[in-house]
Every structure is written in C-alpha cells, then in structure tokens.
Design a protein around this ligand. Structure first.
Ligand code: FAD
Ligand code: SIN
Length: 543
C-alpha cells in the first residue's frame, strides 16, 4: 500500500493529527492504523480531564507554566512549556467544536476541577470519563472525512528506513529517513509494507512493562522501541510516573484508576489506622505532585507491611460525588465498597511515560519524515515529572504542530511529499518484502506469556518507585537474559503481536534501566536511595 500520510495510533494524538491533515489536504489520502479496535487506547481511560487556563479571573498562563515547571523538577524545556500552556486553550476549543462535552456548573460556565500540583482549578472534565468522551468526539468527526482510511487490527512491526535498502545505518547516521512501516495484517496474518513520505507515530505509553498499571493491554511501548531499533533518539525513559491511587484489586489488570480529581474535591489518604499521613510529607498534603504522593504511599505501605493505603471520601457530599464520579462510584459498589461509608483501598500503579521518542517543537523526531506526538514522544514538557492532566493537552498541541509543519513544507517545496532516497528509483520496488524465511508457527505461547510476566516482575521489583544501584544492576542482568531468549525466539518464529510486544517491552525495560543507571541523582520520578540528592547538572539522558 502507498499513502500520502501515515498515522500509527488512534488515541487523541493520532486522531487529532489525522483530522487536521485530512481536512487541509483534501485530495490526499491519510491511512490511520491501530492494533486493535479504534477506541482501545490509553485516551479512552483518561478520567480526571484536560488542563487549560480557562478561568481568566483567577488563573493565568504564568501560573500554569509555573506549576508545570515545579512538577518537572528542573528538567522541563521552558520554551515547550510556554508553547503548550499558551496554545492549549485553542486546541481545547477545537475539540469542543468537534463535539466533545465538558461539564458545566449551574451558571453555565465550565466546571473546573483541581488535581495535584495545580495552584488553581483548571481541569475541564466530562464526569470521570473525560477520555472516553474526547475519543468519541474525535472518532465521530473522523467519519466525516472520506480521505481517511482507518485500518483496525493491523500491528506495526517496524519502521522502514534506508537500512532496508541496504545502507548502513548507525546511531551517528545524520540522514536516517523513514519511508513507512511493515505491518502484520491480523485479518490475513501476513506482513505487508505501507509506504508513505510522512509518518506520524502516536503509539501511546508503555505501562504494560510493569505488573501493576492503569494502562490497557495496548500500552507496550511499540513506537519507542521501533524508533530505538531504527537508531533514532530516545530520551528520559527513567521517568515513569506511578499514579498514587489505583484501586487495590488483586489479580485485576489493568488497575482501575481512582482519579486525582477525587482528592481535588476533598478525598484524603489515610493509613489503615485512619491517620491522614500526607501532612507528614508535604505542605500541599494530598494535592502534592504525584511523585511525592506516590513515594509517601510507598513508604507508608512498606512501614506497615501492607499492600495498600486508603482513600477516604466518607466526609464528601454524597450527591456531588455521584454526580462528578459516577463511574468510580459504580465500580467501587460492584466490588462491595460504598465510598460514602467505607474507605477505598488504593495503591500506586505505573501510569505514564514522561520520556520517549525525542521530538522538537514541531513534533519532528531525529529520523527524517517521521513525527511523533502524544505519550510516545518526549517533547520537553514534563521534565522529570508530569503535572496531572497535562498529557491530553500536550498530545493535541503537538498533533497540531506536526500538522503545521507539513503544511509549511508543502508550501515551501515543489514536491514535498515524494518518496525518494539518494536518487534511488521507485521505492515501491526497492523496499524488500518482509523476510520470514526460516521461521515457523510458535509452538508454545507460554514461552512468550511467561517471559512477559517475568519482565513485569523484574521492572516492578527493581525499577519501581524507589530504586537503588544494586536493584538496577540486577534488573539489567535479568533483562539481558530475557532479551537473548526472546531474540532467539524472534529469529525462529513467525511474527505475532504477542511476540513483538514482548520484544518491545524488553527494549523499553532496557531503556528505563539504562536511563536510571545513568542518572546518578534523585529527581522528580526517579528516586535512587544511593543518590538521594539532586546533582547540580541538569541534563536529559538520550539513548
Ligand atoms: P493512546 O491513546 O494510548 O493511543 C495509542 C494508539 O496507538 C492506539 O490506537 C494503539 O492501537 C496504537 N498502537 C500502539 N502500538 C501500535 C502498533 N504496534 N501497531 C498499530 N497501532 C499501535 N491524561 C490526562 O491528561 N488527563 C487524564 O485525566 C488522564 N487520565 C488517565 C487515566 C488512565 C487510566 C490512563 C491510563 C491515562 C490517563 N492519562 C490522562 C494519560 C493519557 O490518557 C494518555 O497519555 C494519552 O491518552 C495518550 O494518548 P496517545 O494518543 O498518545 O496514545
Ligand atoms: C487522573 O485522573 O488522576 C489522571 C490524570 C492524569 O493522568 O493526568
């Protein structure tokens, strides 16, 4: 297949970009690929909402910028923070125009929630299912565009670059160029190539690298891993954000989130004895940034030898709670917890990857003709710790910027979107078909599923909220073995999504561990008890 624009991922980032591109280039074709159903994304599960300066009387860009910088603990790129905060409200207006509904108060104004690290109320939300509502609006809008072809159940295996034309590509190659992707069509079970002069990765997060995560099954770090294999730049992977309050429900995966907005509305974290412990850790108490709250909970759990703490909502207004958080209320009731009379057992869970594919202010990666935005990208917004509800905003801002960049290219160059490299003839003929010679059907899926469990165990036990040098070294050694075994399997077995995801998760695990080993300090989400202070050197770790 050949297309003018290729988009991998149907979450907020991929959909926003696809819509804008299709709308502007009406005579061009946009192919949008997703590995399962279109709406099975991290986006769909977003609860709390989207941050934006809306209340001009009490809030300001300066305050939102300051809050983001404080959460990021010295590593945010200030220019990028300003771009996102200042352009964010316009992007929110656009999605409202597409039909996304955000809750309003009795006076008809948007009801603005508050979450950890925010100095003002600035979170627009749709009850406690904001992401689902945004995803719905975007997918409905997509149907209006005949030049977008949505291809579900298609698993992208690898990027195509000049490596596939026989050129040597290393980390120091200056002009690595992307021509499209190899995909496993899950309907035919065949690997096909899709060529495109412009590709955007919007493949989301990698929470599945951990045993306990709020992320759905699709979040396996595929985009990051593909770019790393193609010798592109990956940044700051050590900053994995653990959400402080996932519902403690042993054996259930992914973990159900109890949005931070519950604490924003007055929920209080307590030990099993009922002590409100956050005041011992931070003056902002339950609304301190996430890294601080998650570490405090981790410390309380370790002290008490328990697997969870409690979130107390019993004092909150019954009617208001059910109105704002109907989904949480119902979920808790379904497992026998009436939040109005009982405390909710909660524990931290891997939630968000602050690092990822290194991009510039136009969402360009280090690989030519390849853009990335959304959770798979590292734009410089989050630094060492993401401020709550900034990621939906970031995804829309950079989807728009990637779109603007291709519009600018189209205006500047006579033939901006031709598929070519180094004077090579039609790439359609030059890019080889996938080579599956010597591989056979997998004999035992357990080899894959068991390795994934091992990986999650290693990452959770040794590379979690609190790290140290010995644990990181152990993780590194064990990942080496898993890597070796999985590569052998990959060489001998027909490609399947499960095998590719395992391979990608191992790569992501390796990048997290390497980043954590290089960062000989504690900053933001990375806390190493052997290096508990911040070093004076402010640097991003690029692998
Ligand atoms: P996603 O929405 O995750 O979409 C990824 C897409 O990529 C999917 O379509 C998937 O099929 C596709 N894909 C991936 N790999 C492949 C492959 N190999 N081949 C083909 N397709 C592929 N953020 C906020 O700002 N506010 C919140 O309130 C909030 N709440 C959250 C609650 C939960 C429970 C979770 C998990 C996250 C929350 N976040 C929140 C974070 C936010 O939802 C995500 O960061 C954001 O939605 C990511 O969007 P995305 O478009 O980058 O990726
Ligand atoms: C939440 O609702 O607590 C999640 C918000 C986020 O991850 O930004």
């Amino acid at each position: 297949m050949e297309t003018d624009f290729l988009v991998i991922g149907s979450g907020i980032a991929g959909l926003t970009y696809a819509l804008k591109t299709a709308n502007h280039f009406k005579d061009k074709k946009v192919v949008l690929i997703t590995k399962t159903q279109a709406d099975e994304t991290n986006t769909k599960y977003a609860q709390g909402g989207i941050a934006g300066v809306w209340d001009e009387e009490n809030d300001s860009f300066e305050k939102h910028i300051e809050d983001t910088l404080i959460a990021g603990d010295g590593l945010c790129n200030k220019n990028i923070v300003e771009i996102v905060v200042k352009e964010g409200p316009e992007r929110i207006r656009e999605i409202i125009e597409y039909g996304a509904r955000f809750d309003k108060d009795a006076s008809g104004e948007y009801s603005l929630g508050k979450e950890g690290g925010h100095s003002e109320n600035r979170i627009l939300h749709h009850k406690d299912v904001t992401g689902k509502e945004m995803e719905r609006a975007l997918l409905e809008e997509l149907q209006q565009h005949k030049n977008i072809e949505l291809v579900n159940h298609c698993y992208v295996v690898d990027l195509i670059t000049q490596h596939h034309l026989g050129y040597l590509v290393t980390k120091s190659t200056q002009d690595i160029t992307c021509f499209g992707v190899y995909v496993l069509n899950l309907r035919t079970n065949k690997i096909e190539k899709i060529l495109s002069p412009v590709t955007l990765l919007a493949t989301g997060g990698c929470g599945q690298a951990y045993r306990t995560t709020t992320n759905p099954r699709i979040a396996t770090g595929d985009g990051v891993s593909m770019v790393y294999r193609a010798k592109g730049k990956i940044e700051n992977m050590e900053f994995i954000q653990f959400h402080p309050t996932a519902l403690f429900e042993p054996g259930v995966s992914p973990s159900f989130l109890i949005t931070e907005a519950v604490r924003g509305d007055g929920g209080i974290l307590r030990t099993k004895e009922g002590e409100a412990f956050m005041e011992r850790y931070d003056p902002r108490k339950d609304l301190a940034p996430r890294d601080i709250v998650a570490r405090a909970i981790d410390s309380e759990m370790k002290k008490a030898g328990t697997e969870h703490v409690y979130l107390d909502c019993r004092h909150m207004d019954n009617e208001k709670f059910i109105h704002h958080f109907p989904n949480i209320y119902e979920k808790c009731l379904s497992i026998g917890i009436d939040v109005m009379t009982q405390m909710i057992p909660v524990a931290p869970a891997a939630h968000y990857s602050c690092g990822g594919i290194k991009t510039d202010e136009w969402a360009r990666t280090s690989i030519r003709n390849l853009y990335a935005c959304g959770e798979c990208a590292s734009t410089g917004l989050h630094g060492a710790n993401r401020l709550a509800s900034n990621s939906l905003l970031e995804a829309m801002v950079f989807a728009h910027r990637a779109f603007l960049d291709i519009v600018a290219k189209a205006e500047e160059t006579a033939d901006p979107f031709s598929l070519s490299f180094n004077g090579e003839g039609p790439l359609k003929e030059k890019v080889p078909d996938w080579n599956a010679r010597g591989t056979s059907d997998p004999k035992e899926m357990i080899l894959i599923t068991q390795s994934q469990k091992e990986l999650q165990q290693i990452m959770s036990d040794y590379v979690g909220i609190v790290r140290n040098d010995v644990r990181l070294q152990r993780a590194s050694k064990r990942l080496d073995l898993l890597h070796e075994e999985t590569e052998m399997l990959y060489q001998a077995t027909k490609v399947s999504p499960q095998l590719c995801e395992l391979r990608n998760l191992i790569t992501v695990g390796y990048l997290i561990v390497k980043g954590a080993q290089f960062r000989k300090e504690s900053r933001g989400l990375h806390f190493n008890t052997d290096h508990p202070e911040k070093s004076g050197l402010l640097q991003n770790i690029i692998l």
